[in-house]
Design a protein around this ligand. Structure first.
Ligand code: DX5
Ligand code: ZN
Length: 214
């Protein structure tokens, strides 16, 4: 399993110490939640914060855009050093715009991901299976850390893993929201291979929490 701790839950008064623990934890990715106060009712980080994290950590930068204008912010965060840009299906106007943005992200040398919120039917992803490196199934309403895992995400992951297998594709399935050792194990069983965890990692012993998700 790839573990992608969400820095939304970092204690910013102890940021250096916590990122050092993360670097030593075995986590491979770092999940960076960008919220614009419009697509979701919360506001988080700009690109300079990502640059700061990159100075502290060699981990793969997994950027989750919860914004109304993903095309604009994809470039901003790739210029700042994002390795993967995941944007939301719900923020896009058309299938063409979704494919175009995936191509732009790839052309700039990054990996591209597409995400669905809990109330979005997962079958909307079917026509994009060949266009993305990763699909992100939200297991909470995006916007805030610390919410409870939504069970309906499990059947979405199994459906998606089935479709990817049928098509001979090995895109990642990432799950985000309410992940701990128990929900993480269930998500893994359902076909996820990337676990995002914020509160669970940073409110416990970071090294032990990451190990328990691997
Ligand atoms: C929620 C974010 C998540 C969040 C997860 O909108 O996308 O990445 O940090 O937090 P936990 O793990 O606390 O549910
Ligand atoms: Zn996220």
């Amino acid at each position: 399993m790839i573990v992608s701790p969400s820095v939304l839950a970092v204690d910013y008064s102890r940021m250096n110490e916590q990122v050092a623990q993360l670097n030593a934890s075995g986590a491979q990715w770092l999940h960076f939640d960008v919220m614009d106060g419009h697509f979701v009712p919360n506001l988080t980080f700009g690109p300079d914060i990502l640059k700061g994290f990159k100075k502290l950590s060699p981990l793969f930068m997994d950027v989750h855009l919860m914004v109304s204008d993903p095309a604009f912010f994809a470039k901003v965060f790739q210029d700042a050093g994002a390795d993967l840009i995941t944007f939301h299906y719900e923020a896009m106007e058309s299938d063409e715009a979704i494919r175009k943005l995936a191509q732009e992200i790839h052309a700039r040398g990054g990996k591209a991901g597409l995400s669905v919120k809990p109330k979005t039917d997962v079958t909307v992803l079917e026509k994009f299976l060949h266009d993305f490196d990763l699909f992100l199934i939200m297991s909470v309403e995006p916007g805030f850390g610390g919410q409870s895992f939504m069970e309906n995400s499990l059947e979405k992951m199994s459906w998606l893993r089935g479709k990817l297998d049928e098509a001979g594709l090995n895109a990642h399935i990432e799950v985000d929201g309410g992940i701990n050792d128990k929900t993480g194990a269930r998500a893994k069983e359902a076909g996820a291979d990337v676990l995002v965890a914020g509160s669970y990692v940073f409110k416990n012993d970071i090294g032990k929490a990451v190990k328990s998700l691997e």
